[in-house]
Design a protein around this ligand. Structure first.
Ligand SMILES: C[S@@+](CC[C@H](N)C(=O)[O-])C[C@H]1O[C@@H](n2cnc3c(N)ncnc32)[C@H](O)[C@@H]1O
Length: 510
């Protein structure tokens, strides 16, 4: 989660691939919006609630809340128990310095040119953008390789690093993945010239790219030949490299929108608007390809969820509905739980083509029904399902759509039925976990859903008669089980041991 050089490489790589550009975008948008100046200083002034800050800055409430919750999680802002915000005294001290502010402001125009890194590396020289040439390679060189010693404090340097270097680290990875540099280095050590020929890039561009990747401890040079470092080789072994490259392609789609985050927070102008059906179809078709690539690891989680539910609600003969199925990974885990469980997979038609292939591969297609439709409006029927799963899909819906969806889902559940939500559930203060908050920021930017805490979910579910709910953490996300009164719900996650048993035994044992 942190870009600190002391963080283990696996943790750093995860951060650079997923959230590093979000971190810089958050800090840059906060500066552009004047948020740091608008916040009272902790210990000196009275903290201010969200609505007062929203009004003062004339911005979107939800956008500002997303920024403040992340800044709180990172420790730059303090939130008291009444949800009033103040800038931490240390951050205020850092930002009080005029030369430091100038150093930050000088980085702001570089977001879009950094997005042209592929071209810069190919050509080995400046790239044209907005009517002028930008020496992107020279800028990266200055940021990472020739950075002059400054008199700023370590805390200020850390702030600057997150503000200015986190996003380019992400972009360097994206370019190295997209141009095949990582793949070539994983297969054999290469000289810059050989790598240039293989990837059709310029030696000048490659040298800068490789030098930055070396600073990130992902590659190294030995006797003129470049290769992955041993820890990077270990992390990117087998299918992991292909997965990383694929996930970088998906996260690269957010680059422009992140660079224009200020505009989205100010005017709710969505640069990557997934409420636009064409944009959504292309985005989620790509996303479900990526999800299919990680099917095996997600399947472990979804199987564990199925086993957990089967402890209290046997799945033999159960009718299961998987809404927003994506790759079909959740529904098929339930299909595999017993030989008699029937699963209906619901998603946009374009996505269901993937599901068809996946359920065939898992040999559960004889108990599968593919149901295309629009989840924002679809009527899922009345008392037709024993289990309804909403896996990582609520975050697609705008907050005001949730009550309507929950009402349609509750109607479709049989009286003793169970609803299972798999989501990133926030803590009760809504200031963590930070990974979840970054995910929530992307959902805001794409005109999609909000992340909620367990009690916020419980309130919405109670309103549609699902008055019982429990929240159980999985390794990377949370499960919420909900039902009408009198239905027994699981209270803890099934052990991994029970997953190891054959599928039919799991169901019988439940
Ligand atoms: C984040 S993905 C989750 C995929 C899957 N459940 C998983 O956990 O891997 C959200 C899914 O919701 C689907 N979706 C988004 N908008 C939709 C809509 N209006 N109607 C139907 N499905 C939609 C997308 O196609 C996508 O497959």
């Amino acid at each position: 989660m942190t870009s600190s050089p002391r963080a283990p490489l696996a943790q750093s790589l995860h951060f650079w691939a997923r959230n590093a550009s979000n971190e810089s975008a958050l800090l840059q948008a906060s500066l552009r919006l004047g948020l740091f100046d608008a916040l009272p200083v902790e210990g000196s002034d009275t903290p201010k609630p969200l609505d007062v800050l929203t009004q003062a800055l004339a911005v979107s409430t939800r956008g500002l809340r997303a920024l403040l919750e992340m800044l709180t999680s990172m420790g730059f802002v303090h939130m008291d128990d009444a949800r009033r915000f103040a800038l931490s005294a240390q951050t205020a001290g850092i930002l009080r310095s005029e030369p430091f502010q100038q150093r930050l402001s000088a980085e702001l125009p570089w977001w879009e040119p950094h997005g042209l890194l592929d071209t810069a590396v190919k050509q080995g020289g400046p790239v044209a953008h907005a009517g002028r040439d930008w020496d992107v390679l020279g800028h990266l060189q200055a940021l990472f390789l020739d950075a002059p010693a400054t008199t700023d404090s370590p805390e200020a340097e850390d702030f600057f690093d997150r503000f200015a270097r986190s996003a380019p680290r992400h972009q360097v990875l994206v370019t190295a993945g997209r141009m095949g540099v990582l793949e070539q280095l994983a297969s054999a050590p290469r000289t810059v010239e050989a790598l240039g020929t293989l990837t059709q890039t310029s030696p000048q561009g490659l040298r800068v790219l490789l030098d930055v990747l070396a600073r990130m401890e992902l590659v190294r040079e030995d006797g003129g030949a470049w290769s992955l470092t041993p820890p990077a080789r270990q992390l990117l072994d087998g299918k992991a490299l292909a997965y990383l490259v694929r996930s970088l392609t998906v996260s690269a789609r957010y680059w422009e929108a992140l660079g224009r985050l200020e505009e989205t927070v100010r005017h709710e102008r969505f640069i990557l608007d997934l409420k636009n059906p064409e944009v959504s179809q292309s985005f989620y078709a790509d996303n479900s390809n990526q999800l299919t690539a990680v099917f095996a690891s997600h399947f472990q989680l979804s199987r564990r969820a199925a086993t957990t539910l089967a402890q209290t609600r046997p799945l033999d003969g159960a009718q299961v509905l998987d809404i927003g199925t994506g790759s079909g990974v959740w529904g098929s885990a339930f299909a595999r739980a017993t030989p008699t469980t029937h699963v209906t997979y619901f998603d946009q038609a374009v996505v269901l083509e993937q599901v068809q292939r996946n359920v065939q591969a898992l040999k559960v297609s004889d108990r599968a029904r593919l149901w295309p439709g629009n989840l924002f409006t679809h009527d899922f029927g009345e008392a037709d399902f024993d289990v309804i799963i909403l896996p990582q899909v609520l975050n697609v819906l705008l907050p005001d759509m949730l009550p309507g969806l929950f009402a349609r889902v509750a109607k479709a559940l049989r009286p003793g039925g169970v609803l299972l939500i798999a989501e990133y559930v926030l803590n009760e203060r809504r200031d963590g976990p930070l990974d979840h908050l970054y995910f929530g920021l992307r959902r805001f930017m794409t005109n999609e859903g909000d992340l909620l805490s367990a009690s916020e979910y419980a309130q919405l579910l109670s309103a549609v008669g699902l008055t019982q709910s429990v929240c159980i953490p999985l390794p990377t996300q949370e499960l919420i089980f909900a039902a009408r009164p009198g239905v027994t719900l699981p209270s803890q996650l099934a052990s991994t041991e029970s997953e190891a048993r054959p599928a039919s035994t799991e169901a019988r044992g439940a």
